[in-house]
Design a binder for this molecule. Structure first.
Ligand SMILES: Nc1ncnc2c1ncn2[C@@H]1O[C@H](COP(=O)(O)OP(=O)(O)OP(=O)(O)O)[C@@H](O)[C@H]1O
Ligand SMILES: [Mg+2]
Length: 305
């Protein structure tokens, strides 16, 4: 191997190890605990669940935690018009086919096939955005737990293969609908919404473990994100991600400036940076002044923090 290739191979191995060591940090209570238990019930009862919820409420994280706690790999793919069945199942590598013919050696397995062979949790994000024929190619894997790999044969999935669909509520996904055939295979629908105030604050803390966040700061961050969820001018409000980002950015600003407490101006600055891109306003509303106004309205009433 050339020096550069060798260095890459070593660094790549290190990164692989770092990824498997990383543990999921998750608050499992209330809706998350209920959803977790229903996932386990669905798996035991051999039913395919769908998780529906707005962006950033923890759908993917919940599946990752579910896979981790059962000692399995977690694979997820996000649906869009460009995804083909071969991206899910795999395809033959033409160079290897020339050398070996259509054998297993020449085949690059896709994420769904790997998950079926090894037995992992397979999350399909926004399956409703897949072209209909791709959705249809999932019917057999999801319902019969088997799949036909062209030229290689039909395989039966490992007992620990567990497919789950996650989706944003239909109104947010625009014109895309889950095909009737695939929808009919999803037997159980679990809804996740924005958590209760105390729970969301706990989630923000769990995602900013290296910073000391006072109760006042956490309350203010929650005040900011929840204000976006109650505004009729906003079509897509701030997710849990936005709250985490405001908390982390303002905490980092206070660290850089060597100020003990996160203050009003840091929160306001961080909130503006984060919310400017995080929200989708109703058509006709100019985002920049709208964000400034919202931040002033929430922080203004708080005085100093
Ligand atoms: N219960 C929770 N405990 C800890 N962190 C959480 C929890 N729920 C959400 N989060 C955090 O919120 C963020 C968004 O979570 P996640 O990516 O799972 O959302 P999602 O619902 O899959 O979003 P999308 O619809 O955009 O795919 C992540 O940073 C995640 O760590
Ligand atoms: Mg997700």
């Amino acid at each position: 191997m050339k020096n550069e290739e060798l260095q890459f191979a070593i660094a790549f191995e290190e990164r692989l190890a770092a990824s498997t060591k990383e543990r999921v940090r998750i608050v499992i209570k209330e809706q998350y605990k209920d959803a977790y238990d229903i996932l386990a019930d669905c798996e035991a009862a051999r039913l395919i669940p769908g998780i529906i919820g707005p962006p950033g409420v923890g759908k993917t994280l919940l599946l990752r935690a579910y896979a981790e706690r059962s000692g399995r790999s977690f694979t997820w793919i996000t649906g869009d018009e460009g995804v083909r069945p071969s991206h899910l199942i795999g395809s033959f590598n033409p160079a290897l086919v020339l050398k070996n013919g259509f054998t297993l050696e020449s085949f690059d397995p896709g994420p769904l096939l790997k998950s079926m062979v090894f037995g992992g949790v397979f999350g399909l994000n926004e399956g409703n955005r897949l072209p209909e024929y791709v959705q249809n190619s999932l019917l057999e894997p999801f319902e019969e737990l088997s799949v036909n790999v062209q030229r290689l044969g039909r395989i039966k999935a490992h007992e620990d293969f567990f497919p789950v669909i996650t989706m944003n509520p239909e109104e947010m996904a625009g014109a895309h609908r889950l095909s009737e055939a695939l929808r009919d295979r999803i037997r159980v629908w679990v809804r996740l919404g924005y958590p209760r105030k105390e729970t969301e604050i706990e989630i923000v803390k769990v995602n900013a473990p290296e910073y000391k966040l006072s109760d006042t700061v956490l309350e203010t961050v929650y005040g900011l994100v929840s204000a976006t969820r109650n505004s009729t001018d906003i079509e897509i409000p701030a997710s849990i991600r936005a709250g985490i980002s405001i908390a982390r950015l303002s905490a980092q600003m206070s660290k850089r400036k060597k100020v003990k407490e996160i203050n009003y101006s840091m929160l306001s600055e961080a909130a503006t940076y984060v919310l400017t891109g995080a929200l989708r306003f109703r058509p006709g509303i100019d985002p920049e002044p709208a964000v400034n106004q919202l931040v002033r309205r929430v922080l203004g009433s708080k005085g100093t923090t």
